[in-house]
Design a protein around this ligand. Sequence first.
Ligand SMILES: *[C@@H]1O[C@H](CO)[C@@H](O)[C@H](O)[C@H]1NC(C)=O
Ligand SMILES: *[C@@H]1O[C@H](CO)[C@@H](O)[C@H](O)[C@H]1NC(C)=O
Ligand SMILES: *[C@@H]1O[C@H](CO)[C@@H](O)[C@H](O)[C@H]1NC(C)=O
Ligand SMILES: [Zn+2]
Length: 352
Amino acid sequence: MLKLVGFSLLVLFSSERPATVEGVYDYYKYHPMSEIGVWMVQMKEDHPDLVTRVEYGTTYEKRTISLLKIGLKTNAIKKIAWMDCGIHASEWIAPAFCQYFVNQILQSYKTDAKIRRMMENLDFYVTPVLNVDGYIYSWKDSTTRLWRKNRKPGPSTGCYGTDLDLNFDANWGNLGASFNCSSDTFCGTNPESESEVKAVADLVRKQRGNFLCFLSIQSFGQLILFPYGDPNDTVPNYNELMKVGQDAAEAIKKVHGQNYTVGSFPNVLYPDSGSIRDWARMQGIRFSYTFKLRDKGTFQLPEDQIQPACEEAYRGALRVITHAHDQIYGGGAAATAATLWTLLLAAGVTLM
Ligand SMILES: *[C@@H]1O[C@H](CO)[C@@H](O)[C@H](O)[C@H]1NC(C)=O
Ligand SMILES: *[C@@H]1O[C@H](CO)[C@@H](O)[C@H](O)[C@H]1NC(C)=O
Ligand SMILES: *[C@@H]1O[C@H](CO)[C@@H](O)[C@H](O)[C@H]1NC(C)=O
Ligand SMILES: [Zn+2]
């Protein structure tokens, strides 16, 4: 009996990446918005017990903004781990990462006791593409590939788009922002002037006490950045954000040896304002970071780097989420006899 248990566990835990590619979806290619939309529906259909699709806003061009809510359904009020990708249209690795992340947690929760426990306590809110109009525009042709902003016409004729990561109501317009609507750093006409930003802000405000952590996944630079964008404004849990960020960088480095730099946004890059990261922290969400993924020089990360970039960033993101989770629910991998039996039974059922 014991031998059987040991054997089953070995089988369960030895497959490092069980069925990474769900069906025929290729996680190591960039996908246009239409395919990402189909993929979202597919995730829901493949995992009806875990995944719901929440439509929470509309873009300027009247497209739906939606997230995947992922977690075990319980009667308790659950905490939330937020992840947005694609706030800047050109950063294609970000939506690719969100999709990879979703697939990984859905594949591993049956065999990974820690992920399962987090799925019991938390819902993951993952928005694969926040700036939907901009993303579609960046796929149009080679001249629009590096488009960054959304697609709302500006206040003067002939200019388009606001940088959504400068449009949040957090020291809006004061640092690193332009009021020239032709500029790539145009911050909008007022805080939350952009419907994409308003959608996020409204959703968070409705349940702000439940958010445990907030990750905005972007590129490039291999950076883990935390609030505030104003160099004269030190975040109250600076040391904690630095420590957890460094733990995440260490976890990343273990995967493929890549160096990630950790620090407050202005200390590492330049002062900014109106960011989703600062705004989330100002809502009282303790762990708020901007991850800038590979590489160190281009928004157009070659497709052959999607896999290593996602594999390492996954470990970094999980490190932050796990820390935030454990602070509330306690650590431990939940490797109790009861949990192991549950896992075995679940695996047995699936294997049959
Ligand atoms: C606005 O920005 C555009 C693009 O960067 C630039 O060409 C133009 O000169 C700017 N206009 C003003 C008034 O600064
Ligand atoms: C920070 O404070 C110093 C001293 O008061 C001031 O000179 C500087 O302009 C401030 N920086 C920003 C970005 O507000
Ligand atoms: C990371 O940084 C270390 C120390 O500076 C350096 O030796 C190493 O080559 C870097 N790794 C990569 C992949 O750049
Ligand atoms: Zn960005």
